[in-house]
Design a protein. Structure first.
Length: 271
């Protein structure tokens, strides 16, 4: 191994004590910086390779955000190394996606209950039938935050692709014909809500580490109608996911105060 758990990690460039236990994940470094602007006291960013991490606090609680870059391979490295230096980490991905379900409009939010594994990075750890599921506490927190925000949102199964073009059935360049021209139609028939490129590896590795993980993504594209957000739209749309993601952290952390002796949270009056 290139680094021991007590040392600065090889790819992410972080050491124990430099990351909060609640960690927001995104692909784009600029989105990580945008999220950190909402922190009360953001510390200087740590940038190593494509990984950018900023730690601070919000509402008196420590919080970190990490930009991992694109894809499940980058996510695998981030989760593996973070779990080596953070005790009992919890992860929330704040990302972007393409809408598969016909009702997913550009700007809507998608909250993942689990992810269909189209990638094979996670299969290095588990069998093909192993479920890639979000933790129920993050799902509840995200639904609560999205509902309070008044934004349109959808809850359901996400598909995680290993790439953006061929793996997602895009056929716009005759030099690179996709092997999966019917991918979007096939996913829609299976009730998949949206498609992105990280969550199934995140959910799988979090389950193995007995960590909690969730995902909320804002829709940049409606694949049925072949629509894609313009460059001018994308910044404001990101803000929707950031707003709900940060509000969900508040809900999620309040659950810890209501946790039972067995370590599980249930709604008030049911436990």
């Amino acid at each position: 191994m290139p680094a021991q758990p007590s040392e600065r990690q090889y790819h992410i460039g972080l050491a124990p004590g430099e990351v909060a236990s609640t960690i927001l994940l995104c692909g784009d470094p600029d989105r990580a910086r945008r999220i950190a602007e909402r922190f009360d006291d953001p510390q200087p960013e740590v940038a190593h390779r494509e990984y950018v991490t900023i730690t601070g606090s919000r509402n008196g609680r420590p919080l970190s955000v990490m930009a991992t870059g694109i894809g499940c391979d980058n996510t695998e490295i981030a989760i593996a190394e973070l779990c080596r230096i953070v005790e009992s980490p919890s992860f929330l991905r704040i990302g972007t996606c393409g809408g598969i379900a016909p009702e997913t409009d550009i700007g809507d939010l998608c909250i993942s209950t689990g992810s269909l594994r189209l990638e094979n990075t996670s299969l290095a750890f588990v069998e093909e039938g192993y479920p890639a599921v979000a933790h129920h506490e993050w799902i509840v927190s995200l639904i609560s935050a999205a509902r309070a925000s008044g934004q349109r949102f959808h809850v359901g199964v996400t598909a995680t692709a290993p790439g953006f073009y061929g793996a997602q059935g895009r056929m716009d360049d005759e030099r690179f014909p996709s092997r999966f021209p019917n991918r979007v139609d096939d996913l829609r028939r299976q009730g998949v809500v949206n498609m992105e490129m990280e969550s199934s590896t995140l959910f799988t590795m979090a389950s193995l580490a007995k960590a909690r993980a969730g995902t909320v993504c804002v829709v940049y594209a409606n694949r049925e109608r072949n629509l894609f957000a313009t460059e001018a739209q994308r910044g404001p749309l990101q803000e929707r996911a950031i707003e709900v993601g940060l509000a969900a952290v508040d809900v999620y952390e309040s659950m810890d105060a209501d946790r039972g002796d067995d370590g599980h949270w249930v709604p008030s009056g049911l436990g």
